[in-house]
Design a binder for this molecule. Structure first.
Ligand SMILES: [Mg+2]
Length: 232
């Protein structure tokens, strides 16, 4: 059994931690009279970033830097450093595993599953999250967009994960986003399980075989599917 798992908003509260970070940035920007950046946040124009392939391979701090440079051409390196430090500190102090993450990973291990993390963003940022969250050893392999050069908007990283374990004929994909995790899972013939939480909660799920509310339900789906196959 091969289970591909997404990280952000599937195993940990990235969106929530990111939201706190952005909220914490607001008083900082206002104090420095950075009103344009403030309005960018206020009007949720960051949604335009969702489909950017390049940004899927970047860290939150790099994204903030990119935006600030776009809005303020002459921003000073000192000011950027100060903002990066704030972003890093607030983000990591708010980042947490969901309570069902470890029981889920333990449950998969108990079923003898190979577990591969398939995640967007840069190497440094994603490895730091794994280190910080203490779950790195659960994975048989890590596939990170910043390392492969392909975001999850392409099927490439899912194919890569599949090729690592060619003899596993039972494949699952668990994630929170339909147009990346679920679509990518379908590309390699996986049973796709959408965990409905985080930033993308409530969006239309076109590529999901199952929509569940948490990882315990996802584990239950995998267990049932596995038993069904064993009987067949
Ligand atoms: Mg995600």
């Amino acid at each position: 059994m091969l289970v591909l798992v997404d990280l952000d908003d599937t195993l940990c509260n990235t969106w929530e931690a990111g939201k706190y970070t952005i909220l914490r940035l607001i008083p900082f920007l206002l104090k420095r009279r950075k009103f344009k950046a403030f309005f960018y946040i206020l009007t949720a124009r960051y949604r335009e970033l969702e489909q950017s392939r390049e940004l899927h391979m970047m860290d939150l701090d790099k994204i903030v830097e990119r935006l600030l440079r776009k809005i303020y051409v002459g921003i000073s390196p000192g000011e950027l450093d100060e903002i990066q430090e704030l972003v890093d500190r607030v983000f990591f102090s708010n980042l947490k595993l969901f309570p069902d993450t470890v029981p889920f990973l333990e449950g998969l291990r108990g079923m003898g599953a190979r577990i591969v993390l398939v995640t967007d963003s840069s190497t440094r940022w994603q490895r730091k999250k794994l280190e910080y969250l203490g779950i790195k050893d659960y994975f048989d392999a890590l596939i990170i967009s910043g390392e492969t050069g392909h975001s999850k908007l392409d099927p490439h990283n899912f194919r890569l994960a599949r090729q690592l374990f060619p003899h596993e004929d039972e494949v699952y994909m668990v994630g929170d986003r339909d147009d990346t995790d679920m679509r990518g899972g379908k590309e390699i013939g996986a049973v796709t399980i959408l965990v409905s939480r985080g930033y993308f909660k409530g969006r239309l799920a076109k590529h999901a075989d199952y929509v569940v509310k948490d990882l315990m339900e996802a584990l239950e789906v995998i267990r049932r599917e596995h038993e069904k196959r064993a009987e067949a």
